[in-house]
Ligand binder design. Structure first.
Ligand SMILES: NC(=O)c1ccc[n+]([C@@H]2O[C@H](COP(=O)([O-])OP(=O)(O)OC[C@H]3O[C@@H](n4cnc5c(N)ncnc54)[C@H](OP(=O)(O)O)[C@@H]3O)[C@@H](O)[C@H]2O)c1
Length: 207
């Protein structure tokens, strides 16, 4: 599958490496493909392009940009109509201690507004990038909570999460981004302030 990842930071690179290892073709969309920062990407494995170039050939587009840059990043992609868009962003406050929006709106819903016609799935936002590199804890596979309104896009998102070792959990419509984005705040607090460190992940138990 051709995957475009918008944002070549912690999340973008963790996802890219995992999917490349599974045989997917991954390109990065960055603000300036010739910049030194974008130069940190392994160009023997990944193409480093503008957002619009990366999106053009992609079936799946991942948003892995800081929240404050996300609207601009989407605009620089051009039309995302018909594409599966995996939104890993979180509308975090600058101190990471809460969300800029919530209760009656969410980052996931705003992304859907900014990318009309895109099949948006909120996913990869509730856990640290280190878990995207290694989602397995002993015999357990960390849960990956996701939500969205397009069944086909959700199936593709769940398959891509499984390939990284996650146990995907369908959390309903895109409106539930309002709740999934709070999981991110709680994970950040546990990891950074609660003394647990980054090697923790959510797990939904079933019986
Ligand atoms: N870090 C985590 O563990 C984690 C986990 C889950 C979700 N998230 C969420 O995922 C998102 C990314 O987090 P991160 O830790 O990967 O951030 P990061 O390391 O700061 O990377 C963000 C990347 O986005 C790029 N960017 C900024 N504006 C752009 C644009 N217009 N077009 C293309 N790329 C652009 C930045 O490029 P420049 O270098 O040019 O600025 C940077 O490479 C955030 O919304 C975060 O809340 C993070």
């Amino acid at each position: 599958m051709n995957i475009a990842i918008i944002g070549a930071g912690n999340v973008g690179q963790a996802l890219a490496n995992g999917w490349a290892a599974k045989g997917h073709t991954v390109s990065f969309g960055v603000r300036n493909p010739d910049s030194a920062k974008a130069g940190a990407v392994d160009r023997s494995k990944f193409k480093v392009l503008t957002n619009a170039q990366a999106v053009a050939a992609a079936e799946v587009v991942v948003l892995a940009t800081p929240w404050t840059a996300t609207r601009d990043a989407i605009e620089a992609c051009g039309s995302l109509a018909g594409k599966t868009v995996l939104d890993a962003t979180n509308p975090l406050l600058p101190n990471l201690g809460g969300l800029e929006i919530g209760h009656s709106n969410s980052g996931g819903e705003m992304v859907a507004q900014w990318a009309p016609g895109a099949r948006v799935v909120k996913i990869f936002n509730t856990t640290g990038f280190n878990n995207m590199t290694d989602a397995v804890y002993g015999d357990e596979h960390a849960s990956m909570l996701y939500c969205g309104d397009d069944a086909q896009a959700k199936t593709a998102a769940a398959a891509l999460a499984s390939e990284l070792g996650f146990d995907p959990v369908d959390c309903g419509p895109l409106l539930h981004s309002r709740y999934l984005e709070n999981f991110a705040v709680m994970w950040i607090w546990l990891a950074m302030k609660g003394g647990l460190g980054r090697d923790v992940a959510w797990k939904l138990l079933r019986r």
